[in-house]
Design a protein around this ligand. Structure first.
Ligand SMILES: [Cu+2]
Length: 498
């Protein structure tokens, strides 16, 4: 027999039992005399209700006191953000008033049922209306409510205030999806790039528009890491259904709505370590963090702040959990410098890269710096061998002396240097690896050196300052046994002659 059927049958049997007992009590009442039984019942039930009230109130207040160190807002679980203190204080005030009302109404309720229990000869008072009473019980709650709402409104306006333009704050982004949070940080430029949901693919989960340069350094970390005492603005979005960005320890909670960006601004006021120390100091968090792995030690040592989803969003809702780490500013900077741009890591030169096969501005700049550095080193060196600069990014089509399109950046750097130093004279040298015929290599290296020379004269450099020499395979700087070595040997360089 199936379990639901058994449950239904048992329920029916229990109901039959209750009906039978009730009938039995009725019959015995008739035998013993109705009135006396009723009076006894009224007395004992009134007494039991009173006992229930006492036990119930003791239980409520007792558990609250017993568990206070594990409830948000009490014990060591005081707010870890600045605005959270104010929200907590509103909570305490509300609890104070509702607590008084709660205890008073419970006591009154059960006392009345005891005091005015049914008794022989007692008659109920007929009370249709009492204006005075009605005014009192309307005006007092209304005043208290107004006070609570007013204080709440003031706090709301303060907590929900956006970041001013001149304020120093970090802006990050959290996007909820079934079932994960995708976090995005702005990278070194301090600005988040634009997004377009049309561009969402498996490789580009946020639909970042990579033609917007601000996107190129954005990174998507696995954990939420923030510096202590620094204002943070979180852009909150959703990709599919409603989610809710919830940082319980920081009293941060905001819906993530598809199509409607929301935000929350808060300032963490203690590091994860300080939080753990506080739990430790309370002495209440010494129990094992993980019963199955006692080596991890006590709870306070392992606990982390966490990000959760507070909107039931589907069957994987529970898994929308991320660790939140609050660290010192120095640790934060160190962490930042270890993060890799999502674009460079996952998109660069893939089919989704709008700059596939092109050079990025950042690359152009870093290569220029590299070239200028190598040049100034060679310029101040004394031995002829040290006055050589490799044109690392000058390349040719395979087996020919045709410059690749991207070589123009490195050649541009060389032209700049020649223009800045009008007396500079250089020898352009072509080299090859030892693969193939030596004579052909010699010829190719000569042609390549000349191709560079021609490029320079075409761009306004006087040919008298330049000399092109092909060295073929005669001056290797690396082994010809590996591909990497051969690549290093197929180089173009120049030597400063004066
Ligand atoms: Cu969710």
């Amino acid at each position: 027999m199936s379990t639901p059927l058994i449950i239904v049958l048992i329920s029916i049997l229990v109901m039959v039992l209750i009906v039978q007992i009730a009938r039995l009590t009725e019959l015995s009442g008739i035998l013993r005399g109705d009135e006396e039984t009723e009076a006894r019942n009224n007395r004992s039930q009134a007494m039991w209700l009173l006992i229930f009230m006492v036990l119930f109130l003791v239980f409520c207040i007792g558990t609250a006191i017993h568990y206070k160190d594990y409830m948000l807002g009490f014990g060591p679980l005081k707010s870890s953000s600045i605005h959270g203190e104010e929200l907590d204080s509103i909570f305490y005030i509300t609890l104070f008033f509702t607590g008084i009302v709660f205890v008073a109404t419970q006591v009154a309720l059960f006392w009345f049922s005891y005091r005015y229990r049914g008794e022989k000869g007692r008659k109920a008072l007929f009370l249709a209306h009492n204006n005075k009473l009605e005014i009192w019980w309307s005006v007092i709650p209304a005043l208290v409510m107004c006070g609570l709402v007013a204080k709440g409104l003031v706090a709301w306006n303060k907590v929900m205030a956006d970041v001013n333009e001149d304020e120093d704050a970090i802006e990050i982004e959290a996007t909820g999806m079934q079932f994960n949070w995708i976090l995005r940080y702005p990278g070194p430029d301090g600005a988040l790039g634009t997004r377009d949901y049309h561009k969402i693919t498996a490789a580009n989960p946020l639909g970042q528009d990579y033609t917007d340069e601000k996107n190129l350094d954005d990174f998507l970390p696995d954990e939420l890491v923030l510096p202590v005492n620094k204002k943070v603005r979180v852009r909150i979005m959703a990709r599919d259904v409603l989610h809710n960005f919830y940082l319980p320890h920081f009293r941060v909670k905001m819906d993530a709505v598809p199509g409607i960006p929301t935000y929350f601004v808060f300032t963490p006021k203690e590091t994860t370590q300080e939080f753990r120390d506080r739990l430790r100091a309370s002495g209440k968090y010494e129990f094992l963090y993980d019963d199955t792995d006692p080596s991890l030690g006590p709870y306070w040592k392992n606990v982390n702040f966490e990000l959760a989803c507070a909107e039931l969003c589907g069957k994987g809702h529970f898994s929308m959990r991320k660790t939140v780490r609050i660290v010192s500013d120095a640790e934060y900077q160190a962490w930042l410098s270890n993060q890799k741009s999502y674009y460079l890591n996952s998109i660069r030169n893939s089919d989704e890269d709008p700059y596939k096969g092109q050079l990025l501005n950042v690359d152009v700049e870093s290569r220029k710096a590299e070239f200028m550095n190598a040049f100034s080193k060679a310029d101040t060196a004394s031995s002829a061998a040290d006055r050589i600069v490799q044109l690392k990014y000058v390349q040719f089509e395979t087996g020919s002396a045709t410059l690749t399109a991207l070589s123009r950046y490195e050649l541009g750097n060389l032209i700049d240097v020649l223009n800045d130093h009008p007396d500079l004279r250089i020898e352009l040298a072509g080299h090859t690896d030892s693969t193939g015929d030596a004579t052909a290599n010699q010829e190719l290296s000569q042609q390549r050196a000349e191709a560079v020379l021609n490029y320079l004269t075409d761009h306004g450099i006087n040919g008298d300052r330049l000399r092109a020499v092909g060295y073929g395979q005669n001056r290797p700087i690396d082994t010809n046994e590996t591909e990497e070595g051969r690549q290093n040997n197929r180089r173009t360089e120049f030597q400063i002659l004066n």
